[in-house]
Design a protein around this ligand. Structure first.
Ligand code: SF4
Length: 699
């Protein structure tokens, strides 16, 4: 449905949904948004868009938005609308009181990858410079934190290596644990174009994704692995490449740590990694593995794109490092058409990680333990900083249940609906004495809140988002904030309310451009970024500094960020989540084109007509065993909990595997998921849950 009208002006801004970062012209009639038109000069999308960016903006003006701050002494009381001053003073007094009573580390923040770079920078500054601890985390914890760890360990920085244009030079494209058609549609169109031109496709996914149906594919390989066996599959590919001598000796000798390579080579050559030895474990036929390995290693420019099907596992970080190993051993790094590229789910996952929203890293991926890095920020902020890494989201919740973590500022993130093991999240929130929710809507987490601060939508703010290709795009204000303030202003007001209680010097930013100037002054990879440059160039890709004044489309061209590329031994360790007689199937999850994450935005738009409920995909064999017909209601149960869904019978999933999306709150997918997580980063293992499916009469 397109709202029609006659626009009298337009503003170029950036889509707030996925990590492609499409540019749009928001066409306005007075203060009304008439339509969103894909911007033909947008470097990430070149005039294209998908149904989310084009049509699903109505949530910004939806009647459910809360526009007035609210407070309450306890969660069993009704909300009381108050002025901004009263709400901020109430919140500040609570937070300061908690620190006085329980200690400096008893409070923290969670920020969102939906927010701008400038907002995220201020939130981590609030934590570090005002609260005096490092208890700051981001929703990237539950999606791409293993990317941060894995690419940091192997290449030296946490970022995709290529720009989107690069795919036009790829000869072989490997897609692992991602479904770009639904998750990153505009990039998927470019990828499909390249496939139609003859590039080969290798898909590693438990489900037969849509890309495999691309007409006139030259050559495709589908490795339908059992959920949880990514590392074993990638090791099998590595084994074939090494034992058949398909690796790039020159690249390894010149660009990589040769000692680490020798260790890795000895490890991966072991027969236990051979496709024939892993076939039963992974469910992928040995011949298919061998053919895919040869296609990637011998097919010319090989590019790898991956998504949450890689990261959201107990071995998420290991899988990212295994992927990096594959790219290095074949010399597929440092030129157009190759590389390793995480497809970021949210609009600003890349940016929120860049901005230091992790509890162990200051902006620019620099550890809080490094005194020379702390000094840069101490000099800029005029405070002494804590050298001890703070708490991650799951640790905050554990500490809350244990009684040592008491207060939380949660910006733009509904942790009760988004995070795993809903019962544990609820217990943690219920144990806190002050929960501040800063959001557009009264979300599920707000049921446990004492202060609600209304948020502003992407149409109501100035700032920047950084997309999956490290492109910093401007977000421009299309209309005045309906709640009175942009989100960065609310964070500044909260900081100043706390500083008023503690006697600190207030912040005084007048515009996000000033925040970006501070980011540039403190963070080398952003040193050349400012709003004037962004106006002139439209966008730039970091690193953008004296050495790279026009930005950096391709990373690691002459050398890796860490110097020599580092191979890491990636031993497969089975997840503790196992199928068995009680829970014989493995559930994995994904997205659908018209909807976005838990649906808080898209369900409040006309996009809902395309998808009014989540369904459970099940193989015909498993459906027949249970006497199920298409559309039947089933009970989906795991060790953690149960829910009800309708089934769709399809051979897109393999026998033993079921699949659902998680866009509707009624689905309650996280009632089902476990509390297992990635060993290095605590990213939840959303993609493997042992379940039973049985007929039911519905919810
Ligand atoms: Fe582009 Fe992603 Fe927005 Fe779709 S959701 S318009 S692909 S940025």
């Amino acid at each position: 449905v397109i709202e029609m009208g006659t626009p009298d002006r337009s503003v170029v801004t950036t889509c707030a949904y996925c990590g492609v970062g499409c540019s749009f012209k928001a066409e306005m009639q007075g203060d009304q948004l008439v339509r969103m038109v894909p911007y033909k000069h947008g470097k990430a999308n070149r005039g294209h868009s998908c149904v989310k960016g084009r049509f699903a903006y109505g949530y910004a003006t939806h009647k459910d938005r809360i526009l007035s701050p609210m407070v309450r002494e306890s969660v069993d009381q009704p909300w009381r609308e108050v002025s901004w001053d009263e709400a901020l003073s109430f919140a500040a007094k609570k937070l300061v009181g908690l620190q006085q009573k329980y200690g400096q580390k008893s409070i923290g923040v969670i920020t969102s990858s939906r927010c701008t770079n400038e907002e995220t920078y201020l939130v981590q500054k609030l934590t570090r410079a005002v609260f005096g601890n490092n208890n700051t985390d981001t929703c990237a914890r539950v999606c791409h934190s293993p990317t941060g760890y894995g690419l940091g360990q192997t290449f030296g920085t946490s970022a995709g290596t290529q720009d989107f244009d690069s795919v036009e030079k790829s000869d072989v494209v490997v897609v692992i644990g991602a479904n770009p058609t639904d998750g990153h549609p505009v990039f998927a169109s470019r990828l499909r174009k390249r496939l139609r031109e003859g590039a080969k496709l290798i898909v590693i996914d438990p489900r037969r994704i849509d890309l495999l149906e691309t007409p006139h594919l030259n050559e495709s390989h589908h490795l339908p692995l059992k959920p949880g066996t990514n590392v074993a599959v990638i090791s099998a590919l590595g084994h074939v490449i090494v034992t058949e001598g398909l690796y790039d000796e020159t690249f390894i000798a010149e660009r990589c740590d040769v000692d680490a390579w020798e260790d890795y080579k000895a490890f991966i050559s072991d027969e236990r990694h051979a496709p024939e030895a892993t076939e039963a474990l992974t469910g992928v036929p040995a011949l298919a593995l061998r053919e895919a390995a040869r296609a990637y290693a011998q097919g010319g420019n090989g590019a790898i794109y991956y998504g949450l099907g890689v990261t959201e596992h107990s071995q998420g970080s290991t899988t990212v490092m295994a992927i990096a190993n594959l790219a290095m051993m074949t010399g597929n790094i440092g030129r157009e058409g190759v590389g390793v590229n995480p497809l970021r789910g949210q609009n600003n996952v890349q940016g929120s990680c860049d901005m230091g929203s992790f509890p162990h890293e200051l902006p620019g991926y620099r550890h809080v333990k490094q005194p020379e890095v702390r000094k840069i920020f101490e000099d800029t902020w005029g405070v002494e900083l804590d050298a001890e890494p703070g708490l991650r989201i799951p640790n905050m919740l554990d500490a809350a249940v244990d009684g040592t973590f008491k207060g939380l500022y949660c910006q733009g993130e509904d942790i009760l609906q988004s995070d795993p093991d809903t019962k544990h999240v609820a217990a943690g929130l219920a144990a806190m004495e002050c929960v501040i929710v800063h959001d557009l809507f009264l979300n599920e987490t707000a049921n446990y809140a004492h202060v609600f601060l209304p948020g502003s939508s992407f149409l109501e703010k100035e700032g920047t988002f950084t997309n999956a290709e490290r492109r910093i795009n401007r977000v421009r204000k299309v209309m005045a904030p309906k709640n009175g303030y942009e989100d960065w202003e609310v964070t500044q007001l909260l900081a100043n309310a706390v500083l008023k209680e503690t006697g600190g010097k207030p912040w005084n930013y007048a515009h996000p451009a000033e925040i970006m100037a501070e980011i540039a002054a403190t963070t080398p990879s952003f040193a050349g970024v400012d709003y004037t440059v962004l106006e002139e160039k439209g966008s730039v890709q970091w690193p953008c500094n004296e050495e790279h004044p026009d930005g950096t489309p391709l990373m690691h061209v002459d050398g890796f960020v860490r110097g020599k590329g580092r191979f890491i031994v990636t031993e497969y360790i089975a997840t503790d989540e196992k199928s068995g007689p009680r829970f014989p199937l493995l559930l994995t999850t994904g997205r659908i084109l018209s909807q976005y994450n838990v649906g808080a935005q898209t369900r409040r738009t006309e996009n809902s007509v395309w998808h009014d409920q989540d369904v459970l995909e099940i193989h015909p064999h498993d459906a027949e065993n249970r006497g199920l017909r298409d559309g039947d209601w089933v009970r989906l149960a795991s060790r953690s909990g149960e829910t009800s869904l309708r089934v769709k019978i399809t051979d897109r999933v393999s026998p033993g595997v079921v699949y659902t999306t998680f866009h509707h709150p009624d689905t309650q997918a996280n009632v089902i998921t476990t509390d297992y997580s990635d060993w290095a980063t605590n990213c939840p293992e959303y993609k493997v849950t042992a379940v039973q499916v049985s007929p039911s009469n519905g919810p």
